[in-house]
Design a protein around this ligand. Structure first.
Ligand code: SF4
Ligand code: SF4
Length: 640
């Protein structure tokens, strides 16, 4: 009799009361579940793809399970909050994308010195191939750098078990643990077997100890204790259930994380699974050396397959050298350094390593795998579109020498044509910091463009600096009242969600002492133009920053609420007899709902149009009108 395994996709929240069963969870949901099963009491994060669903999941169950789960203003603050909770003995987690760890690196380095009291997990979700990131840094280096163990799951099922284990491991060694995932693990669903969630505790007690005060005298003692603990941890990882030797043979393949799955499939593909010894490494920092040496005994050569940097490869070479093994270790020379791994790359590497004469598709590391390029664009109804349209029109018409200093968020899409309103963009908060440097070293008009969430995250210190030193710069805060690009997590600009407080940007900048502060509606293109011109005049004369806050809700949020309220969305249409085919609406304004038809006349797709009305303002012949009369005020209230 054949049984079919039935595995369901369900909401994370609906699993909160279950302690058995198999469900299809995202890797990120599996981490959240593992943390709960491990006794989590406190979680804090700043959103960033591919990590965001971890805290999303925990927020969805916080009231049911009585834990604390919060979105913090940046990764450093999230880290510090979770670290503080763990000092009180509460099991804590913080999660961020790989570049977020750079923001949190300062407390991260010292947290290994002080140690913790409750279990403390730092999840870094790395992004090989940079699907939504500015670089593809391999954060396993942070573990090596900071003396913090790094656990690397290869699928959702292991991610859950590993997170649960990591909390206990961390608690028993009183030491932070990094869990490192990559996009494929974070965003792929896999079968996860649920276990019981113990009674969760979000309150603890802080016992004062000198080691928590990292004055030099205490820090020196901490370093000695840290190294001693590191030796114990290095020994303990040999017994971690995620490190194991599989199969046997005269050649050894060592693999970790996502790469392990590719290796297993490649060995099956070549029908050599039983001829190859395979060391699966779940704790890449520190390596399970005892296990490695046992696995390497008697083998003729070794291949290390891992994604991005040669962390395991270098560790394997060093460990074997230390015990006198002189065996050829290959890795990055066959696998390649850059971009995500895939089946073809791993098969090629294994075939070459095993002399299998494989002829298959070429497997050079590729940033894209044949998918046609598609320029990412702002959503229909996005409040930033009319703003960028008007800014572009202004600088063109005035033949203005300007530098648009950009930042990370939806508005980074304005780098693309036709707006081209990002000349430099490095990291969160850099628009104001880099803009400051440019404003004092050039004669150009510097316009720093930053979103609301990014402003709270990392924009405050550079703005303070710019004011302090008198920087002639216009700072444009694009306030759509949410952290939109990562999935609509709340920010201090979000009005009344989660019982948190609304803290408008103008209150903060007024507190700094900024004198020029204006709030405009980005849909009002005339007001945008006049305000930007006025601000540029002001900064030239006053030699200090001016702040413009362009405020209107994210279109996705507003439209969702309009629909929920049962209010009809009236799309806009183009009047053929009035349209002269000038192209302003489809070549320059570029709403995805607007295309062309014969005679270069414009056409609005009613399925995509959200009735925002912005395009009607930019049409010179007034050819764009609502499909029918409607109460504009009734709809407008959802956008404010
Ligand atoms: S902006 Fe107006 S006139 Fe120009 S193509 Fe669009 S609808 Fe036609
Ligand atoms: S009203 Fe115009 S700008 Fe707004 S969504 Fe529709 S087509 Fe796009």
């Amino acid at each position: 009799m054949k049984y079919r395994l039935r595995v369901e996709i369900v909401s994370f929240k609906s699993l909160a009361s279950l302690s058995t069963g198999k469900y299809l969870l995202l890797g990120n949901e599996a981490i959240a579940r593992g943390a709960l099963e491990g006794g989590l009491g406190f979680a804090a994060a700043y959103p960033g793809t591919p990590s965001s669903e971890i805290l999303e999941s925990l927020v969805s169950v916080r009231d049911v399970l009585g834990i604390h789960a919060e979105w913090s203003v940046n990764e450093k603050v999230a880290f510090e909050a979770a670290y503080g909770a763990s000092l009180a003995g509460v099991n804590a987690l913080t999660a961020m994308k790989h570049v977020g760890v750079n923001v949190a690196a300062d407390p991260l380095m010292s947290s290994a010195y002080t140690g913790v009291e409750g279990g403390f997990i730092v999840v870094t979700a790395d992004d090989p191939s940079m699907h939504s990131s500015q670089n593809e840094q391999d954060n396993r280096w942070y573990g090596l750098h900071a003396y913090i163990p790094v656990f690397e799951p290869f699928d959702a099922g292991e991610a859950k078990e590993m997170t649960k284990y990591a909390l206990t491991f961390s608690r028993s060694f009183k030491h932070p643990v990094i869990i490192r995932t990559t996009t494929r693990v974070s965003h792929t669903r896999g079968v996860v077997e649920l276990g019981p969630i113990p009674e969760l505790r979000s309150k603890g007690r802080f016992v004062k100890e000198d080691r928590y005060v990292v004055m030099p005298a205490n820090a020196r003692g901490n370093k000695v204790r840290l190294l001693s603990k590191w030796r114990e941890i290095s020994e303990a990882v040999n017994d971690a259930p995620f490190n194991r030797v599989e199969g046997d043979g005269r050649v050894l393949v060592v693999s970790s994380g996502n790469a392990y799955g590719y290796v297993v499939e490649a060995l099956k593909h070549f029908r050599v699974r039983d001829k190859v010894r395979l060391l699966k490494v779940g704790t890449t920092v520190p390596l399970p050396k005892r296990l490695l040496i046992r696995a390497a005994e008697g083998v003729e050569r070794i291949l290390v397959v891992e994604e991005l940097d040669p962390i395991v490869e270098e560790g394997v070479k060093a460990a074997l050298y230390d015990v006198g093994f002189r065996v050829k270790v290959r890795g990055k020379d066959l696998v390649g350094y850059e971009f995500e791994l895939n089946h073809v790359r791993v098969r090629r590497a294994i075939a070459e390593f095993l002399n299998l004469g494989y002829v298959g598709p070429q497997a050079r590391p590729q940033p894209r795998d044949g998918v046609p390029a598609r320029i990412p664009t702002l959503c229909p109804g996005c409040p930033y579109r009319p703003l960028f349209f008007e800014l572009r029109r202004l600088v063109n018409q005035e033949k203005m020498s300007y530098i648009a200093s950009g930042d990370i968020g939806c508005y980074s899409l304005s780098y693309n044509p036709p707006y081209r309103m990002q000349d430099v963009m490095i990291e969160m908060g850099s628009s104001i910091g880099v803009g400051y440097g440019l404003s004092v070293t050039t004669d150009d008009n510097v316009i720093a463009i930053i979103g609301d969430s990014t402003f709270y995250h990392a924009g405050l210190p550079p703005l303070l600096n710019a004011l302090w030193h008198g920087s002639p710069m216009v700072v444009l805060i694009l306030d759509n009242e949410v952290t939109a690009m990562t999935g609509h997590q709340p920010a201090p600009s979000t009005k009344g969600r989660d019982g948190t407080r609304y803290i408008p940007a103008e209150n903060i900048v007024a507190g700094f002492g900024i004198k020029f502060i204006e709030v405009v509606d980005p849909y009002d293109v005339k007001a945008v133009r006049e305000t930007v011109k006025k601000a540029l005049r002001y900064v030239r004369e006053a030699r200090e920053p001016a702040v413009i806050i362009a405020r209107r809700r994210c279109a996705l949020e507003a439209v969702r609420d309009v629909r929920r309220a049962g209010v009809e969305i009236v799309p806009y249409v183009v009047l053929d007899d009035k349209c002269v085919g000038c192209g302003i609406c489809y070549d320059w304004f570029l709403c995805p709902a607007i295309t062309t038809k014969e005679g270069r006349k414009a056409y609005i797709d009613p399925e995509l149009c959200v009735g925002c009305s912005a395009c009607a303002q930019v049409c010179p012949t007034k050819a764009i009108v609502p499909l029918k009369d409607y109460n504009k005020e009734e709809v407008e209230r959802f956008w404010r």
